[in-house]
Structures are given as structure tokens and as C-alpha cells.
Write a protein that binds this ligand. Structure first.
Ligand code: HEM
Length: 173
């Protein structure tokens, strides 16, 4: 009489991967069309720098310096909390974030909104000194302390530099 001692041993012995393992791995790779589009959409500057928190921190450092500036401080309201929120909201929106600033304030119309303040080269340069210092201290707002990519720092500097000159409303001299 012949015995087959191991006839009931399962074909897939212990140690071999179960089939389900492969399926659960590849399910994540076969993205549905719309999800694939989202995953491949280019990142905005707003996303790269860490979102709203980056702009809140940039503006906080900037306004902390304005608080101590004898030329600029008198132009701003006593409570600068709302001013901080407006500038941070504007910048976040400008660099690709959600349009909260416009929802609250409408079209920026920055030149018009700055007409009540006498802005000459001295005020413009003081503003730029504080914003440049804040930009130099900026890191990606994700808790890692990674530095701001040089191209992004340069693009932000150029925007501030051009916008500040554009807002001058006093004749030179
Ligand atoms: C050139 C020197 C500048 C001076 C002296 C200046 C001064 C001021 C002052 C006094 C205010 C009113 C404070 C408040 O929000 O209640 C203000 C508002 C504001 N500034 Fe400037 N600013 C300058 C440049 C800039 C630049 C370059 C930008 C943008 C890149 C900017 C963006 C804004 C925004 C978004 C607001 C709030 C507007 C609103 O919704 O009412 N400013 N600025």
C-alpha cells in the first residue's frame, strides 16, 4: 500500500507570499484618472513654501520690525492685527493660495488703497529693508527649518521691489 505522506500539504507552503500581497501593492499604483491628474498637477509657490503659515510668519516678522520704525509706524493703525491679516492674506493669494483676501476685501487695487499714505523713496526703502530682512529669515513652514529655495526667494524679492516702487505717490526730492 502506497502512502503519500505529504499529499495534503498546501501547494503554497509557508514563507511564500500570498497572492493578496501583490494585489494590495498594485492597487495603489493603478491610480484612477482624476487622482492621477491631481497627483501630477504642478505645485504652486504657496504649497511649496508651506501654505498660509509661511505668509503669516513672513508678515509677522515684517510688522514686528515696522512696530519699531519711527518713519513707518505712524502710518499704520494703532492695532496692527488686522493689517497683518490683510497683508498675509493678500500675499498668500498672490502666490497661488486660496482667494480669502479678495473674498474679504474685493480687488486689491493696491495703488488706490495706498493713496491715503504719503509714500516717497524713504518710506519705500524702509518698507523694503524690513521685508528683505524678513525674507532672509524665512524658512519653509513645515517644521523642518529647510531654507527657502533661491528662485522663490528671488521671485518674492522682485515682486516686493517692483510693487513698492509702483506704490510711490510723492514726487522725488
Ligand atoms: C512702499 C512702501 C509701503 C508702505 C509705506 C505701505 C504702507 C501701508 C499702510 C500704511 C497700509 C494700511 C495698513 C492696513 O492694512 O490697515 C497698507 C496696507 C496694505 N499694503 Fe502696503 N505699504 C507699502 C508697500 C506695500 C507693498 C509692496 C505691498 C504688496 C506687495 C503692500 C500691500 C499692502 C496690502 C495688501 C495692504 C492692505 C490693503 C487693504 O486691503 O486694505 N504694501 N500699506
Amino acid at each position: 500500500m502506497t502512502t503519500e505522506p505529504h499529499a495534503d500539504t498546501p501547494a503554497t507552503g509557508r514563507g511564500e507570499p500570498a497572492e493578496g500581497d501583490d494585489e494590495s501593492f498594485s492597487a495603489g499604483v493603478n491610480l484612477k484618472g482624476s487622482l492621477r491628474e491631481v497627483m501630477q498637477a504642478p505645485l504652486t509657490v504657496y504649497e511649496i513654501v508651506g501654505g498660509q503659515r509661511f505668509f503669516d510668519e513672513l508678515v509677522d516678522r515684517f510688522y514686528d520690525a515696522v512696530e519699531d520704525d519711527p518713519l513707518l509706524r505712524p502710518m499704520y493703525p494703532r492695532d496692527m492685527g488686522p493689517s497683518r491679516r490683510r497683508l498675509a492674506g493678500f500675499l498668500a493669494q498672490y502666490w497661488g493660495g486660496p482667494p480669502h483676501y479678495s473674498e474679504e476685501r474685493g480687488h486689491p487695487r493696491l495703488r488706490m488703497r495706498h493713496f491715503p499714505f504719503a509714500i516717497g523713496w524713504a518710506e519705500r526703502d524702509a518698507w523694503m529693508v524690513h521685508m528683505t530682512a524678513s525674507l532672509d529669515a524665512a524658512t519653509i513652514a513645515d517644521g523642518t527649518g529647510r531654507p527657502l529655495p533661491a528662485e522663490i526667494r528671488a521671485a518674492m524679492f522682485d515682486h516686493f521691489d517692483n510693487a513698492a516702487t509702483h506704490l510711490i505717490n510723492q514726487p522725488a526730492g
